[in-house]
Design a protein around this ligand. Structure first.
Ligand SMILES: [Zn+2]
Length: 379
């Protein structure tokens, strides 16, 4: 067993990281790869390997603590809002300047480092330029271009690739006991995203939401139907996002209440309660910001599914012999492919991509999606 077992279809990366653990370690690393390729999983495995006495056995207390996120020499940073500010980054840099409590290294794992604001990136750069002697920075971002050149030029880059459908399916079969046919269909539909493939194969409501998204190309054929499809798409994304955030919100509030000893009496309680009100306000602001982000990410995921659907249509129209992401929807794909020319499919893919872009520019989601579904209906 090894901490690297979790990485699916990333043999080259595992080789690179294993060599780095036994050799002289660089102080700043950048893990890149598209969503779902497992960049933070890879960074976490590398952190475990650095902190483990035997290079990442996967079973010792240190490896287990890294997995649980409770290791004293691992600072985990997970920006939950749309951006990560300078104040938080300065705090982090200060903490990262310390010495490890036990082992060789103090490891800072910074997920979604591309969410740093410009000022935050500057604060980060200083820490990476002159790292504390025993500190290792592991940054994660979709691509190296997502970080300022000054930062990425100081990092060793680890590039994850999208695992093949068969590699993802094999994991679902072996670890989750899913039957081969369903595992492969889910792996294809998730386009290499292991977590999403697992959800699609095991969670009926996730599969249902996907079905709702993929009804859009078939149903959006008139103005009325296009507008209805837009509302359904936004509604589905909101529902899914709500399901995700609700699971997180209440336990966090509960933990905060416990930390402030709500319900206790005695001297100082009134003061503590005032402190709690402030902390609760902070927490709720962060939760709100996270909800916005999850909503946007969820809708973006739905749009990527739509784009993949039209790409499949285009592949059929061109007679290309490639693996289809939506092979389980062959009837719909064929019908669309025969009803319109490839140029229309390309325009539809562009409409989806334009919608994604407008969402990053903070256009109201329903407005952007309506514009898209109207374009889809026009062809
Ligand atoms: Zn270990």
């Amino acid at each position: 067993m090894s901490v690297f077992d979790e990485l699916v279809g990333q043999e080259a990366v595992v080789d690179q990281l294993r060599r780095a653990v036994s050799g002289k370690t660089t102080h700043a690393w950048l893990f890149t790869g598209p969503p779902g390729s497992g960049r933070s999983v890879a960074a976490r495995a590398f952190a475990a390997a650095l902190l483990c006495e035997t290079g990442g056995c996967g079973v010792c207390p240190s490896c287990r603590q890294v997995r649980a996120g409770t290791h004293a020499d691992l600072l985990l940073v997970r920006p939950e809002g749309l951006s990560y500010g300078v104040r938080q980054t300065r705090d982090l840099v200060l903490r990262a300047a310390g010495a490890p409590s036990g082992g060789r290294w103090l490891v800072v794992l910074f997920e979604d480092a591309d969410r740093c604001t410009e000022a935050a990136a500057n604060a980060l750069l200083k820490a990476i330029e002159e790292p504390a002697p025993r500190t290792v920075w592991l940054l994660c971002a979709p691509s190296a271009e997502d970080l300022a050149p000054t930062i990425r030029s100081r990092c060793r880059v680890v590039t994850l690739r999208v695992p093949t459908s068969s590699a993802v399916a094999a994991v679902l079969e072996e670890r989750d006991g899913i039957d081969p046919e369903r595992a492969l269909a889910a792996a294809r539909a998730a386009q290499g995203h292991v977590g999403r493939a697992r959800r699609l194969a095991t969670d009926p409501s996730a599969a249902e939401r996907r079905a709702a998204v993929l009804r859009v190309p078939v149903s959006a054929t008139s103005v009325g139907a296009a507008l209805a499809a837009a509302a359904a798409l936004v509604g589905t994304a909101e529902e899914e996002a709500k399901a995700v955030t609700e699971q997180l919100d209440e336990p966090e509030r509960e933990a905060l209440r416990r930390a402030f000893g709500e319900g206790s009496t005695g001297k100082g309680v009134a003061k503590a309660m005032r402190g709690m009100a402030g902390a609760m306000k902070d927490l709720e602001d962060r939760q709100k910001s996270r909800a916005t982000r999850v909503k946007r990410d969820t809708l973006d995921g739905a749009l990527l599914e739509l784009a993949a659907f039209y790409r499949d249509v285009l592949m059929l129209q061109c007679g290309a012999d490639v693996e289809l992401a939506n092979a389980d929807r062959l009837t719909d794909l064929r019908r669309l492919a025969s009803k319109s020319p490839p140029e229309a499919t390309l325009r539809r893919i562009e409409a989806v991509m334009r919608c994604r872009e407008r969402l990053t520019l903070n256009v109201a989601p329903l407005l952007a999606v309506e514009e898209m579904t109207l374009s889809l209906a026009r062809g």
